[in-house]
Design a protein around this ligand. Sequence first.
Ligand SMILES: [Zn+2]
Length: 94
Amino acid sequence: MIHPNPSQTPDVSDSSVRSPNMVGSCPICGRPLPANQTACSPKCRAARSRQRQEAKREERDAKMRLLLTEALGLLSDVNAPHGTAKETGSSPDH
Ligand SMILES: [Zn+2]
């Protein structure tokens, strides 16, 4: 009779330095964090929010640059003389 031993489990006694509640990590200093926290200290939280604002500003800048480029393109379109050389090549006149 062969029956597998149900009580045969790998030993998980130690080697877990962090407590199981620490599932996250501080985005600023990298310390382990509890699940319901986004930063380990008010200082880190402030730094994090500042980082977020900066990212947002960069995103906005990129968008503005795109719009500006478009606007400038429109401007140059208006300023350009009508009927510019879009069709190039030999004229079939002759
Ligand atoms: Zn931190």
